[in-house]
Write a protein that binds this ligand. Structure first.
Ligand SMILES: CCCCCCCC(=O)SCCNC(=O)CCNC(=O)[C@H](O)C(C)(C)COP(=O)(O)OP(=O)(O)OC[C@H]1O[C@@H](n2cnc3c(N)ncnc32)[C@H](O)[C@@H]1OP(=O)(O)O
Ligand SMILES: Cc1cc2nc3c(=O)[nH]c(=O)nc-3n(C[C@H](O)[C@H](O)[C@H](O)COP(=O)(O)OP(=O)(O)OC[C@H]3O[C@@H](n4cnc5c(N)ncnc54)[C@H](O)[C@@H]3O)c2cc1C
Length: 671
């Protein structure tokens, strides 16, 4: 930040009073001083670069302009990446975040869900042929899986790819209205190609969902190809700059070699060669789910930075009559709403780092055909995607509400952060559907343990424990708190397994038993995922030292205590926590709020978002919120003219007609 920048005195004081060095925490988060320096260089570079493009603030332009600006910004982003020779995913993510702060963009799936799944599913020969075209944007693509009628239940997809051996082509077809591909990002207007997921039919047999590369538009004119009907699905709850699209295929013929043939193949005569494991087809989704954990977590980090800085600047009401108005952050209720979001922002940050690392470790094994860790990766990535997107979407909304009236203005940056985060609860697998996949894995581990088989180490919490009561006391020892989460997850998992068994004994088939116990199964899977998050947050804190360790341990404790208090029944039902132990928690929670209060602003400063990423009048580093809000309002499109055409067209005639009617009746009444 510029040294001469005029900073709100309350924020200056907050920063002076911190008990730890936020810079050290920033280094911890971004991998050390050098990497932090690089992060700042990259983000500031593109924030300045975008300003020079002359694009207008997201919230002040129409959907069509948002779309156009997003294309313009993306072209600038890719040029910059290429000029700087950037290829690693961390640098790329930082640049994307700075160019598209909490904003979607039409090319969002070019790498995430076009090039990546293609790389996983295509043969070496196919990669050699098409990857260069994809990487150089001759082919701009998306992932077309969801249909109007089916998104969750992939076996229900209706699009067919029927092999015709006489021409050695597949015929892609949308047989019904419900089979129209619907929702894929960038499909409406931007993509000229896509990966289409369709039911593969050869020699009269349906072999289930497979991936095909389909060109949908002419590479030069961009007109849709014959047999293709494609377009934008229309305005949505958010993500306005994205042209999520529909696609109808009317007997579109593609060469045999457009089926992605790394794992399964169709020979020229139509013979089907099976994959080693049909779950490999789902690999692309697992990769995106791990990314979504990070995306959601960054949104909450942004929201909590905005809300805490604003709460330190905003003064309203008195605590002691006559003593002057206080910073709203001094109200206990404000701390009670915001500090748990701050803790969750850090918790989900560490969860994201660890699931990405796990994915990077396991994916080369999967590539080599060793699928041993795949079920664990699937269960954990599905659970964390659901847990994090729920936690972060709810958290962003809490932050928005905690900013009072100004939180409702787009100038706060919070509405767009919310619509962007809540979308993550649905895309890449609806959260309930996904967390039930985690529950499926828990049930499998219970069975394995019952049969004396080995389970992965992370699932050891399911082994019967010697202690059925907690040792928790007023010191809130980290190990005791973690043990409480482990006990809850194990008990809820075993109870769900037991209920399933009871349903089966009563005569329900496995599907019915699953459905009649699914509320319990979801609760167990959430408890397991929360245990994981609590653990990885604790592991990160345990590597810290000194004053940083002290403050982060308090934040961790707040996360743990807050989550116990908000699901107290889970911990009390079997007497694991006593009422006496529980009675310690709420006072401890209040003490933690008080303890964290002086460090709150520095804890969000450490997240190190430049103003260009926050894109918020309320969350600015310098705290000059009223100037920024006023400036935003003056730039409203409605203020471009003093008297609008709409006044002449609708308002004045309406007022005149009302007045005339009223005057006439007044005259009549006088007669
Ligand atoms: C950054 C922003 C980007 C935004 C991009 C958004 C892009 C999108 O939204 S793309 C569309 C995403 N769509 C989805 O995620 C669809 C969700 N549905 C599914 O994944 C599946 O239909 C699912 C998993 C729910 C059920 O599949 P189904 O084959 O019926 O599974 P099911 O019978 O429950 O399980 C079969 C086996 O496969 C396993 N399995 C399922 N998925 C996976 C996977 N991804 N990896 C490994 N194993 C898997 C199950 O664990 C199960 O194993 P087991 O039999 O040993 O227990
Ligand atoms: C912003 C956005 C971007 C998207 N981008 C893409 C994209 O690029 N490519 C793409 O292919 N798709 C995309 N999608 C589609 C998305 O992946 C699906 O919408 C999502 O997987 C949910 O499927 P659905 O819409 O069929 O929901 P449904 O399954 O119809 O969900 C409706 C309700 O039924 C419940 N339900 C369904 N099945 C079960 C079950 N087995 N057990 C319990 N409850 C169940 C759900 O929990 C939910 O409450 C996008 C969606 C959005 C909103």
């Amino acid at each position: 930040m510029a040294a001469t920048q005029l900073v709100n005195p309350d924020l200056v004081k907050e920063r002076q009073n911190a008990a730890f060095s936020p810079e050290h925490l920033t280094y911890f988060l971004y991998g050390g001083p050098e990497k932090t320096k690089r992060k700042r260089f990259l983000q500031n570079l593109v924030i300045e670069g975008v300003k020079k493009l002359g694009v207008k603030q997201y919230a002040t332009v129409s959907r069509e302009e948002q779309y156009e600006q997003a294309l313009q910004k993306y072209a600038y982003l890719v040029d910059t990446e290429r000029q700087l020779g950037i290829t690693n995913s961390t640098d790329k993510a930082l640049l994307h975040e700075a160019v598209f702060p909490c904003e979607s963009f039409p090319y969002i799936l070019q790498y995430a869900a076009f090039i990546n799944p293609f790389t996983m599913l295509a043969s070496e020969e196919q990669k050699a042929k098409w990857l260069p075209l994809m990487k150089n944007f001759r082919l701009v693509g998306t992932y077309a899986q969801t249909e109007m009628g089916h998104g969750s239940f992939l076996r229900g997809l209706e699009t067919t790819a029927t092999y015709d051996p006489s021409t050695q082509e597949f015929v892609l077809h949308s047989p019904t209205i419900s089979s129209i591909k619907y929702w894929p990002a960038g499909l409406g207007k931007t993509a000229n190609a896509c990966i289409v997921m369709a039911q593969l039919i050869t020699k009269g047999h349906n072999y289930g969902m497979h991936a095909f590369l389909l060109q949908i538009r002419d590479l030069d004119t961009h007109q849709p190809l014959s047999g293709i009907t494609v377009g934008d699905i229309g305005s949505k709850f958010g993500l306005s700059a994205n042209d999520n699209g529909f696609l109808k295929m009317d007997n579109v013929r593609i060469p045999r070699n457009n089926m992605l043939m790394r794992h399964s193949r169709v020979l020229p005569d139509g013979t089907y060669i099976e994959p080693k494991n049909d779950r490999l087809m789902y690999g692309g989704m697992t990769s995106i789910r791990t990314d979504v954990v990070g995306v959601a977590s960054r949104r909450l980090c942004i929201a909590v930075t905005i809300a805490i800085r604003y709460s330190a600047v905003r003064r309203q009401s008195e605590i002691e009559p006559g003593a002057g108005e206080v910073q709203v952050l001094d109200f206990q209720t404000q701390q009670y709403r915001l500090f748990p979001q701050l803790a969750a922002a850090y918790a989900t940050t560490f969860a994201s780092t660890t699931i990405s690392a796990f994915y990077r470790t396991v994916s080369p094994h999967i590539e080599r055909g060793d699928l041993q860790e795949l079920p664990m990766l699937h269960a954990l990535s599905a659970g964390l995607k659901a847990y994090t997107s729920w936690t972060c979407a709810d958290g962003v909304e809490v932050c928005r509400l905690a900013c009072g009236g100004h939180g409702y203005s787009e100038a706060s940056g919070l509405p767009k952060a919310y619509v962007d985060t809540t979308a993550a609860c649905t895309y890449e697998g609806e959260n309930y559907v996904l967390i039930l996949q985690t529950a499926r894995y828990l049930m499998k581990c219970c069975r394995m343990l019952a049969e004396g088989e080995q389970v992965p180490e992370v699932m050891d919490f399911l082994r019967p424990s010697t202690s059925e009561t907690s040792r928790l006391d007023a010191r809130l020892v980290m190990g005791d708190l973690i043990q409480a989460f482990a006990h809850r997850a194990a008990r809820m998992t075993r109870d769900a397994a037991q209920s399933m068994q009871t349903s089966i004994v009563k005569g329900e088939n496995p599907g019915q038993a699953w459905n009649s116990n699914s509320v319990q199964l979801v609760a167990a899977a959430k408890a397991f995922t929360e245990l994981h998050v609590v653990r990885v947050f604790a592991e990160a804190v345990e590597t810290m030292r000194g004053s940083l360790r002290h403050v982060m341990e308090s934040l961790w404790r707040l996360f743990a205590v807050n989550n116990i208090v908000s699901s107290l029944g889970d911990f009390l039902v079997d007497g694991y926590l006593s009422t006496q132990q529980v009675s310690l928690l709420e006072p401890a929670q209040r003490d933690l709020l008080k303890e964290l209060r002086p460090d709150a602003v520095s804890l969000v400063d450490a997240l190190d978002f430049p103003d260009g990423v926050l894109d918020s009048a309320l969350g600015r580093w310098d705290g000059q919120v009223y100037e920024a809000l006023y400036d935003y309002s003056l730039r409203s499109k409605l203020n471009e003219k003093q008297v609008l055409d709409a006044y002449l067209k609708h308002q004045r005639p309406f007022m005149e007609s009302q007045w005339k009617k009223h005057a006439a009746s007044a005259v009549t009444s006088r007669l």
